[in-house]
Design a protein around this ligand. Structure first.
Ligand code: PBG
Length: 332
């Protein structure tokens, strides 16, 4: 034993030297989390003076349009550069007509946000599930979700968001060809400068549970496994991302985030476009529940989780913790 255990004087490599003081640790820190990286998702609904807490997402609310300027104003003051509003429509039908109505809930939200804080980047989710009476992400016929007829609707939705003032649209329905269809629709409508943040690798995840309460968009039958990805696959994510880039995506996204850090890493290592991670509703709910029980320290866990997403290769993070994280980073 004695010959393989080095004498203390022979211990040349001491990694702890670089952990000795806060300033040294700060100098050698490899990953930094910044408020600049954060995108704040919020839920908007019809009505007046509404701030309705979402039971499975404590601290997150459905806001009426008149309450939106206050909330996004706070986010902007904290330094958060972007928001992504999700809408709960007044009525749902088979093709989700409010989704592309000029006075639809999201179109109203975009205008209200841009009026209140013009410099805030507004990104919009482009999907059908919150707007259709069947709760699916596309046109449904005989219980099947049709791909190509859905593309035309997604193009109309994207153009209506651009007309309302969206800076970027984010197709989330995992239809084949959705990025190309939206790019073409935007260009033809005179919006070549509106960007596409593609939910390129979106998994059929059980971590979306609380979001489906929040956005009232759960499927009325079946599931999303015929379009969202199998959680077991990672090579398939590379293919999905390559296709979205070929179709004209400007920013890529992997969703969810924490259970898919390996996917974030692979996409980051293989492609040069900015990469976003979606820290989804279930990831938020788990931490909130544990923190409310006193089982976890919320600040520590949230900053560690968000830093892990950056370390894995994400440039941007969509997170319901955006406001808290911005405050903590300010006082770090
Ligand atoms: C689809 C959409 C979903 C989420 C974002 N966009 C739900 C789904 O795909 O079922 C989930 C986000 C979250 O869980 O935080 N419009």
């Amino acid at each position: 034993m004695t010959e393989i255990l080095p004498h203390r004087a022979d211990l040349i490599h001491r990694p702890r030297r670089l952990r000795r003081t806060p300033a040294i640790r700060r100098m050698v820190r490899e990953t930094s989390l910044s408020t600049d990286d954060l995108i704040y998702p919020l839920f908007v609904r019809h009505g007046h003076d509404v701030q309705l807490e979402i039971p499975s997402m404590p601290g997150q609310y459905q806001w009426s349009i008149d309450r939106l300027p206050g909330e996004v104003g706070t986010a902007a003051e904290l330094g958060i550069p972007a928001v992504i509003p999700f809408g709960i429509p007044a009525t749902k039908d088979s093709i989700g007509s409010e989704n592309f109505a000029s006075d639809g809930i999201v179109q109203q939200a975009i205008r209200a946000i841009k009026d209140a804080v013009p410099e805030l980047v507004v990104i919009t989710d482009v999907c059908m599930c919150e707007y259709t009476d069947h709760g699916h992400c596309g046109i449904v016929e005989n219980g099947r979700i049709l791909n190509d007829p859905t593309l035309e609707v997604l193009g109309r939705v994207a153009v209506s968001h651009a007309e309302a003032g969206a800076d970027m649209v984010a197709p989330s329905g995992m239809m084949d060809g959705m990025v190309a269809a939206i790019r073409q629709a935007l260009d033809e409508a005179g919006f070549p400068e509106v960007g596409i943040l593609s939910y390129a690798a979106k998994y059929a995840s059980s971590f979306y549970g609380p979001f489906r309460d929040a956005a009232e968009g759960a499927p009325k039958f079946g599931d999303r496994k015929s379009h969202q990805m199998d959680p077991a696959n990672v090579r398939e994510a590379v293919r999905e991302v390559a296709l979205d880039i070929a179709e004209g995506a400007d920013i890529l996204m992997v969703k969810p985030a924490l259970p898919y850090l390996d996917v974030i890493r692979v996409v980051h290592d293989n492609f040069d476009l900015p990469l976003a991670a979606y820290n989804v509703s279930g990831e938020y709910a788990m931490i909130k529940a544990a923190a409310q029980n006193g089982w976890l320290d919320e600040r520590g866990v949230v900053l560690e989780a968000l830093t892990s997403m950056k370390r894995a290769g994400a440039d941007l993070i969509l997170t319901y913790f955006a406001k808290e994280a911005a405050e903590w980073l300010m006082n770090a």
